[in-house]
Design a protein around this ligand. Structure first.
Ligand SMILES: C[S@@+](CC[C@H](N)C(=O)[O-])C[C@H]1O[C@@H](n2cnc3c(N)ncnc32)[C@H](O)[C@@H]1O
Length: 303
């Protein structure tokens, strides 16, 4: 039986992903070196590097036949090398962009993010999908980093989340950054010309404390009551249940529709808590390649 969904798994968090898929009732048909093939098509597992939905199959006789058939579906493809990688790579040769992965300048829409993707299931069988959950199949976005100004590399998590979402704060928008010290997220938000309210128990870096786009408040992030805000960001280290309770007050208030909040996990990840975030309206929970043992809840009207 062919899968309806392909879940590309992260090297580090295969166990978490498998636990989550089992918890959600997914039937795993096959486990390859980099992916799980799922019988049903209704999961968005948080721990996946990338999820292919509405997976279709295509039989072919030869490499040129495969190329012809794929080209009749779409002019450009992404290829995921897994089973029979050498044969798949030969098929892919004429269909994928030859360009080296250029460093990607945030913010922007990632090129090729809307190209369909294929992989080989057998010598004469292709699996493909037009519904790919990430801008790149392995989840890696080659950001052009700023190694001089931001106080740490934590801003890469924020860039990754916003690039996957395909939206980010616009100049003049009011945003709050909770648990902001030393200030990489605040820096990234100020770079977007947003007005940043930045809260932490500890100070930001000296430059950010003086930044004209940034208002810093020292204290408990959770003491901030919901108020009119274009975006809420949180990287506070706290129990997931605490974060869930707090963001629920924002959702109930109706003051903000856009959230990017890190869910910090200690020890075993509880799929039940992850599911509660997933079930919030307009929500998606992701594992970011720039994150460690944590997940990111994104809430946005477009989801
Ligand atoms: C992972 S760090 C944040 C890094 C930050 N996003 C950056 O880019 O530089 C987590 C922060 O949460 C802060 N924090 C933890 N509990 C907090 C609370 N209840 N209120 C305010 N800040 C808190 C810590 O002081 C710490 O600076």
């Amino acid at each position: 039986m062919n899968p309806r969904q392909i879940v590309i798994h992260p090297k580090e968090f295969q166990k978490e992903l498998l636990d989550e898929l089992k918890y959600q009732g997914a039937k795993v048909l096959n486990s390859t070196s980099s992916a799980f093939w799922i019988e049903q098509d209704r999961f968005e597992p948080a721990w996946a590097d990338c999820v292919w939905r509405d997976v279709k199959s295509l039989e072919f006789d030869s490499i040129s036949d495969a190329q012809k058939k794929l080209r009749s579906i779409a002019p450009r493809w992404r290829y995921h090398g897994d089973i029979l990688n050498r044969r798949g790579a030969l098929i892919a040769e004429r269909l994928i962009s030859k360009k080296k992965r250029e460093p990607f300048l945030f913010p922007g829409l990632f090129p090729q993010a809307s190209d369909p993707a294929f992989t080989l299931a057998d010598t004469n069988l292709i699996l493909y999908s037009h519904a790919i959950s990430r801008p790149t199949i392995d989840g890696f976005i080659p950001f052009q980093e700023n190694r001089e100004v931001p106080p740490s590399r934590a801003y890469l998590k924020l860039w990754e989340a916003l690039t996957i979402l395909g939206d980010w704060p616009k100049p003049g928008e009011l945003v709050v950054d909770l648990g902001s010290s030393p200030g990489s997220w605040t820096w990234a938000l100020a770079e977007l010309k947003a007005q940043v309210l930045s809260l932490d128990r500890a100070d930001l870096s000296e430059e950010l404390m003086r930044h004209p786009q940034v208002e810093f408040k020292r204290g408990d992030a959770f003491s901030l009551k919901p108020t009119q805000m274009d975006w809420v960001f949180s990287d506070v280290i706290c129990f997931p249940e605490k974060l869930l309770e707090y963001v629920q007050t924002w959702i109930d208030s109706g003051f903000c529709q856009r959230f990017v909040c890190n869910i910090k996990l200690t020890g075993e990840a509880d799929p039940g808590v992850i599911e509660k975030f997933q079930k919030l309206p307009h929500s998606r929970v992701l594992h970011l390649l720039n994150g460690k043992h944590e997940l990111t809840w994104i809430c946005h009207p477009k989801l």
